[in-house]
Design a protein around this ligand. Sequence first.
Ligand code: GRF
Length: 204
Amino acid sequence: MSADGQSIGILLSGRGSNFCAIADRIAKGDLKAHIDVVVSDKADARGLQAAREHHLATVFVDPKAHASRAEFDHAVGRILQDHAVDLVCLAGYMRILSPDFIRLFQGRILNIHPALLPAFPGLHAQRQALEHGVKVSGCTVHFVDDGVDTGPIVLQEAVPVLDDDTEEALSKRILAREHDLYWRAIDLVLSKKIAIEGHRTTHR
Ligand code: GRF
């Protein structure tokens, strides 16, 4: 661990607003960590551009240049290992991770999901919440295991669903809460304030 805290590697595929929120908390000194590398499977991801503007190391890994998901993930894993990251944070990363990658970073991969898991895993969580008619949704930060959005939950925050909500409006309100939740979960994990016991996490 260096003087400015432990090392984070970010994986993203798109806009990167969660990545930016984490970077802002680090810059403010709220989160004692540093982002060593931002990796994307999309050359034109807005988040990759934002990372360059933050003067961070960025790597585009081209899925087409790898024969299989396992090979692609192996390449990504090598990059994260070369940067000696302590924690891998998925921030809008639109790929399912291969079992080998999950094993390599066992208990050291976090994801943020725009629903109160285990409700509405997978894609379009906000649309699923609206279609189901729930009155409360929210966001979840969880460890990544080999299921889709199934790993032990670190933190959750509820967001009310309003009668006149659209998918866009609900997504926007949830996203605002995501930005305040993810860095807190990272802080808990990096400062070893939580323990994983079976499928539960508990505060030490
Ligand atoms: C967020 O809603 C996050 O919960 C989900 O993907 C979206 C990423 O948004 N996993 P951004 O790229 O961080 O703006």
